[in-house]
Ligand binder design. Structure first.
Ligand code: ATP
Length: 226
């Protein structure tokens, strides 16, 4: 099969907000990673592990389909993909092994500053731009409101200014991007951190052994950061 060379394959973000912390976690576990630029796979020299460097939005699918054994990805990306896959009737099962201590952020609805916000009902009938339509729709259903979503994969914060949407639903950590775009945060709909995940099927014997060596090291690193 696709992923049976006796090496544990772990998907991490190639470049972006989670990539340094993900690599750092494995380095602290004592893994010797040789990162060649522009390579998809990075070999670990001292353990039978390969790191696969990909877009973070590809990680949930790679793990759910068994192409990778483990992955590090934000809860936001993971849950959005799981909901989308359920709708598509595709495999969407995974195990969350543990939450990590980086990549913290919140998924929030933000509106132009000048809008008089009176609570969730004010959102009814609005058009919101987001990269996370499934999480946003779930929030709408839970609160019995209706709005239109418009999916954008980047530059979500400019959508209201160019007349594409009334507001946005986007990831926020400090709020400076919102402020710079004349937006105010009105509802937090989801809070997220990076997580270590695996597929829902048991690992093969060799891989299970590698995993059993790796996991306590990860737990040790997490403990040391408390
Ligand atoms: P890809 O790797 O698919 O291009 P991306 O464009 O979402 O993914 P990043 O912007 O690097 O890449 O974000 C990766 C993850 O970092 C997010 O999914 C989220 O979990 C986390 N994160 C933490 N803080 C923030 C923030 N302020 N804005 C966006 N993401 C954040």
């Amino acid at each position: 099969t696709i992923n049976e060379n006796g090496r544990l394959r772990i998907a991490i973000q190639k470049s972006g907000r989670l990539s340094d912390s993900s690599q750092d976690l494995f380095k602290r576990c004592g893994l010797k990673i040789s990162l060649a630029d522009r390579k998809l796979l990075a070999h670990v020299g001292n353990m039978p592990i390969d790191l696969m460097l990909v877009r973070s939005s590809d990680i949930p699918g790679l793990v759910m389909d068994g192409v990778c054994d483990l992955g590090i990805v934000g809860d936001n990306t993971l849950e959005e993909h799981a909901l989308q896959r359920q709708l598509n009737g595709e495999p969407s099962a995974y195990d969350k092994i543990c939450s990590l201590k980086f990549g913290g952020c919140r998924l929030s609805i933000a509106l132009p500053e000048e809008i008089d916000y009176q609570g969730i009902q004010s959102l009814d009938g609005m058009r919101l731009a987001t990269t996370y339509p499934r999480l946003l729709n779930r929030f709408a259903q839970q609160h019995g409101i209706r709005f239109e979503t418009c999916r954008l994969n980047g530059s979500v914060e400019v959508a209201p200014r160019v007349g594409l949407a009334d507001g946005i639903c986007d990831l926020v950590s400090t709020g400076t991007t919102l402020e710079a775009n004349g937006l105010k945060e009105v509802e937090v709909i989801y809070t997220s951190k990076a997580a270590l995940i695996s597929g829902d099927k048991p690992l093969s014997g060799t891989k299970a052994q590698i995993f059993d060596k790796l996991l306590p090291r990860i737990q040790g690193v997490l403990k040391a950061r408390e």
